[in-house]
Design a protein around this ligand. Structure first.
Ligand SMILES: [Zn+2]
Ligand SMILES: [Zn+2]
Length: 345
C-alpha cells in the first residue's frame, strides 16, 4: 500500500509499505477512506513538532472495517467507522488517574506521530477505538470527529457560562470548531484572524450570531461593550501567549491550544489577584463519543468546514492549500483553506 511517510523536516514522501495485519483478538483492520490534514501534521512536516522518523503520518480518519479479531463482537467487515486515534493502555499511572491523553506509552503509540498513522490504505486498531458511522455521515465529515473531540476536552476544563464574553483567535479549523462547540453550550462570541480571505470564509460559516474581526482589540471591545475585557480567550494560533492577559476580566480564562514553541511571561501576582486561569489542553479525553454524536446530528456543519479534498497522491497540493510549501520549505498561514482532507481511494 502507498503511505505518506515522514523522514525528517520537509522530507515527506509516498512510499510502498506492507499492509498491516491483525495479531490480537481485539484488533480490527480498517480500510482508510479519508484523513484530515491537521495543524500537527504541518508542524511535523515543517520541523516544528517532533515525530519519529519513518512514521506514517495522519490521525483524523474514517474508513471501512475489513476484518476483525476473534474477540470483536460489536463490529463486522463492511461497517463504516470513525477512528479515535488517541491510544491509551488503561493501566499506567496516567491512565488510572483520569489522564489517558497522557498515557505513559504515548511516546511509542501516538498515531501519526510516534506510531504509524492513516495517510495510507490500511490501519490496525482495537475495537474500543472505533465508532460506527450512520449512512448520512460521509467519511470526510467523520474525520472532524477527532479535532472536535480535542476541543470538547478543552472546553471541559472551563466552568463555562453562556454569557461568557468570548474571543477565539484563529479562523482555522480548530477556531471554527471551537466556535461551534462553544455555541452548542450557548456562548456567542467572535473569531479573530489576520487573513482577510480566511475571515471571509469564516464569516460565511461561523455559528449564528458569531462575528468575525481582523483585530483582537476590536473584538474584545465589541464583546465587552467598550470595556475591552472578556471572560474567555481561546488561542488556537500559538503565537499570542500571555500578552492578552490584561484583556481578561477577573476570573477569566486563557485557553492555549496552539502547538508552537515560544516564550511568554506573566506576572504571577496578577494571575492570583485577578483569579485568572491559564489552561493548556492536548488531545481528547473522554469526549470522542460526544464529538461523534455532534457530527452525526450535524450540530457541526462539517461539510462547510471542509473546503478542499485531494486524493492521497496529491498530498503536496493539499499541504500547499494549507500554506505549507514542501518544495519551497515554507509554512505560512493559509488564506484559502479551512479544512483539507486526503482521500485514500
Ligand atoms: Zn489533529
Ligand atoms: Zn496508559
Amino acid at each position: 500500500m502507498q503511505a505518506l511517510v515522514y523522514k525528517s523536516a520537509w522530507d515527506v514522501t509516498l512510499e510502498e509499505r506492507p499492509e498491516p495485519s491483525i495479531t490480537e483478538e481485539h484488533q480490527v483492520l480498517v480500510r482508510i477512506r479519508a484523513t484530515g490534514v491537521c495543524g500537527t501534521d504541518l508542524g511535523i512536516v515543517s520541523g516544528k513538532y517532533h515525530a519519529v522518523s519513518s512514521v506514517i503520518l495522519g490521525h483524523e480518519s474514517a474508513g471501512d472495517v475489513v476484518s476483525v479479531g476473534r474477540g470483536v463482537t460489536t463490529l463486522k467487515p463492511g461497517d463504516r467507522v470513525v477512528i479515535d486515534p488517541t491510544y491509551y493502555c488503561g493501566h499506567c499511572e496516567m491512565c488510572r488517574t483520569g489522564r489517558q491523553n497522557h498515557c505513559i506509552h504515548k511516546s511509542v503509540t501516538e498515531t501519526g506521530v510516534s506510531a504509524n498513522g492513516t495517510f495510507t490504505d490500511y490501519y490496525v486498531t482495537e475495537d474500543r477505538f472505533l465508532y460506527p458511522l450512520k449512512d448520512h455521515v460521509s467519511y470526510e465529515e467523520a474525520t472532524l470527529t477527532e479535532p472536535l473531540s480535542c476541543i470538547l476536552t478543552g472546553i471541559n476544563q472551563i466552568r463555562l457560562l453562556p454569557n461568557f464574553r468570548t474571543v477565539v483567535l484563529g479562523a482555522g479549523p480548530i477556531g471554527i470548531l471551537y466556535s461551534y462547540a462553544l455555541a452548542s453550550k450557548g456562548v456567542t462570541g467572535s473569531i479573530v484572524d489576520i487573513s482577510k480571505e480566511r475571515l471571509a470564509i469564516a464569516g460565511s460559516i461561523a455559528p449564528e450570531r458569531w462575528r468575525t474581526y481582523d483585530s483582537f482589540e476590536t473584538a474584545a471591545a465589541e464583546a465587552s461593550s467598550g470595556g475591552g475585557q472578556v471572560d474567555l480567550i481561546v488561542d488556537t494560533t500559538g503565537v499570542v501567549g500571555t500578552q492578552v492577559l490584561p484583556s481578561l476580566a477577573n476570573g477569566g480564562y486563557l485557553m492555549l491550544v496552539g502547538l508552537r514553541d515560544g516564550v511568554s511571561t506573566f506576572n504571577p501576582k496578577e494571575v492570583v489577584d485577578r483569579s485568572l486561569k491559564i489552561i493548556g489542553s492536548i488531545d481528547s479525553l473522554g469526549t470522542f463519543s460526544t464529538a461523534h454524536y455532534m457530527i452525526e446530528r450535524q450540530i457541526i456543519p462539517a461539510q462547510k468546514i471542509i473546503t478542499h479534498t485531494y486524493p492521497l497522491a496529491r498530498y503536496r497540493e493539499a499541504f500547499q492549500a494549507l500554506g505549507c510549501d514542501l518544495d519551497g520549505r515554507s509554512l505560512s498561514p493559509s488564506s484559502q483553506a479551512i479544512k483539507v482532507i486526503l482521500q485514500s481511494v
